[in-house]
Design a protein around this ligand. Structure first.
Ligand code: SF4
Length: 217
């Protein structure tokens, strides 16, 4: 019934430039929800904007984010992954629209008490298809539309899902800045939340030591 209601619905998302919002109105809404301590972020990057020379393979769901690799050093995916916190996040490298749908459902099953938000990069066609599935099962988050050499026909789209794609897609500059702003806000909230938890579980006599030793710079 959820799928029928979803497909019948006229407006599955709203958009602003390259950002597509699912169950959110704007970027600030997402940011303010992301900093909630109960949120778990599923962040997914389409393999269509991996560099041609990606050391993990271009059409794979892997990313080695090698600090010594000049290719990784220039890669927006690597930059995002390095900015993520160590907790409350699930990074994915998306191969197909079904893959990201399955991973979202898995996340809901594994963390039923968490509020799961997604942030994914994908071509507009994938965002449309994912939006229908996501609307049916209540996913919420942001899709970032890819630019550059995207698939503009269904045969090209199906070929790209099998790893046949001569051109490379990109996340446009404004969308990169918006994604990094969301990631940084989320990372800061996770770090400050973990400090609060560790402080609350520490005997009062040791709290001053922790605050002093935790200062950086
Ligand atoms: S950081 Fe980029 S280039 Fe490096 S492995 Fe990950 S996707 Fe490939």
């Amino acid at each position: 019934w959820g799928l029928i209601r979803s497909l019948a619905s006229k407006q599955l998302y709203c958009s602003d430039g390259d950002l597509f919002f699912y169950r959110f109105g704007c970027l600030e809404d997402v940011k303010s929800r992301l900093i909630s301590p109960n949120v778990l972020l599923v962040i997914g990057f389409s393999y269509c904007h991996k560099p041609f020379e990606c050391p993990a393979g271009r059409f794979t769901d892997a990313c080695v984010r090698d600090l010594d690799s000049p290719v990784c050093g220039q890669c927006f995916i690597g930059k995002c992954v390095h900015a993520l916190p160590d907790a409350r996040v699930e990074p994915l490298f998306i191969t197909t629209v079904h893959y990201i749908g399955e991973k979202m459902i898995e996340a809901h099953d594994r963390w039923p008490d968490r509020e799961i938000l997604f942030l994914i990069t994908a071509c507009e066609l994938t965002l449309e298809m994912f939006g229908k599935l996501g609307h049916a099962v209540g996913f919420q988050g942001v899709g970032v539309r890819l630019g550059g050499q995207i698939c503009n026909t269904m045969p090209a789209f199906k070929a790209s899902e099998r790893g046949l794609k001569p051109g490379m897609a990109v996340v446009n500059d404004d969308a990169q800045a918006d994604m990094m702003a969301l990631i940084r806000a989320f990372a800061e909230s996770v770090v400050s939340d973990s400090r609060t938890v560790s402080l609350a579980s520490t005997p009062p006599s040791r709290r001053d030591d922790i605050i002093a030793s935790d200062r950086r710079g």
